[in-house]
Write a protein that binds this ligand. Structure first.
Ligand code: IMP
Ligand code: MG
Length: 175
């Protein structure tokens, strides 16, 4: 287990779930009459993904991608490698890419490009958290849970060196 110096709660489980309900309702309204291919970015998006999927009242099919961008720490390597592509073709699908947090924007920008190249009918982006002050790309998400300042956060799927993903709340850590 990797210890941290301090942990301060930023969003409670109740606040997060309430916000995800709102995002699910918005997606349900905006995609009315369509089927959705929900593509989660492993591993951080897993908890948000499950909560969001259950709040969308439309036909939804699941798929996942996996990328490596961060080393075991808080600093980005700036290099994104796609480790796992979607299991099923995305051609003609209305894809919503689901990510835990947008930092520089490099991960989602590259993944969106990949899905568009594979012929998705549409690709929109959903992220539980967004740190707009850290952006180095022109990426803009369609569905964002909360905008946060430039701090390192864990919980609700987000990790520090692979730990703390299972916290039911989001906390700011000092490492
Ligand atoms: P981006 O490509 O720079 O937007 O990086 C997004 C990825 O960085 C996310 O999927 C996370 O894995 C990781 N990340 C960025 N900020 C944090 C954080 O505060 N806590 C945990 N992971 C983070
Ligand atoms: Mg991630």
């Amino acid at each position: 287990m990797v210890e941290v110096k301090s942990m301060k709660q930023l969003f409670t489980e109740e606040q997060i779930k309430q916000r995800i309900c709102e995002l699910g309702a918005q997606i349900t309204k905006e995609y009315a009459g369509k089927e959705i291919k929900l593509i989660g970015v492993l591993r951080g998006a897993s908890v948000f993904y499950a909560e969001l999927a259950m709040r969308i009242a439309l036909p939804v099919r699941f798929d996942f991608v996996s990328v490596s961008s961060y080393k075991d720490g808080t600093e980005s390597t700036g290099r994104i490698q796609i480790r796992k592509e979607p299991d099923e073709p995305v051609r003609g699908e209305h894809v919503i890419l689901v990510e835990d947090i947008i930092d520089t924007g490099r991960t989602l920008k590259q993944l969106r490009g990949l899905l568009e190249d594979r012929g998705a009918a549409s690709v929109s982006l959903a992220a539980l958290l967004d740190k707009p002050s850290r952006r180095v790309t022109d990426l803009h998400a369609d569905y964002v849970g909360f905008e946060i300042p430039d701090a390192f956060v864990v919980g609700f799927g987000l990790d520090y060196a692979q730990y703390y993903r299972n916290l039911p709340y989001i906390g700011i850590v000092e490492v």
